[in-house]
Ligand binder design. Structure first.
Ligand code: FES
Ligand code: FES
Length: 160
């Protein structure tokens, strides 16, 4: 018999209460229960990084967590980056530098990079490569992704 648990999670700063099967993945909860389909699911076993979200500010793979493990936590998804129709500067840099083709991997890259850049606002190219080494992209060859991050870093440096 499927066990159901009631959980309370703040998702993108919005408190949510939901009854979920104890074995429901956090990625499925976000996509199918909450309706936030920006979090993509590729491999479903922790390899591709497409499903990356923030759990209490840290990047995690939502396909490797059960929704019940987020009970009482804050979850941040890619949808939080766009405010009032404006792209986050990192998203804008991805667009500007053509850092995506199909875009399937992009949410995972962004949500991996957000906490990385918070901790390391002036990364070298090799540090950026290391930071995204757990995110798989089948389209871009990564060159433009690294360039986008460098462009974002340069812009941030010049911002007041
Ligand atoms: Fe989670 Fe690939 S779908 S790491
Ligand atoms: Fe297609 Fe990365 S842009 S997988």
């Amino acid at each position: 018999m499927t066990e159901i648990r009631c959980i309370q999670v703040a998702i993108n700063e919005q408190p949510q209460t939901a009854e979920v099967p104890t074995r429901m993945l956090l990625s499925d909860f976000l996509r199918y229960t909450v309706g936030l389909t920006g979090t993509h699911v590729g491999c479903e076993h922790g390899v591709c990084g497409c499903c990356t979200v923030l759990l209490n500010g840290d990047a995690v793979r939502s396909c490797l967590l059960f929704a019940v493990q987020a009970d009482g936590a804050e979850v941040t998804t890619v949808e939080s980056l766009t405010r009032e129709g404006s792209l986050h500067p990192l998203q804008a840099a991805f667009r500007q530098e053509h850092a995506l083709q199909c875009g399937f991997c992009t949410a995972g890259f962004l949500m991996t990079l957000i906490p990385f850049l918070r901790e390391n606002p002036r990364p070298s190219a090799s540090e950026i490569r290391e930071a995204v080494s757990g995110n798989l992209c089948r389209c871009t060859g990564y060159v433009n992704i690294i360039r986008a991050v460098q462009s974002y870093v340069a812009l941030s440096r010049n911002s007041p």
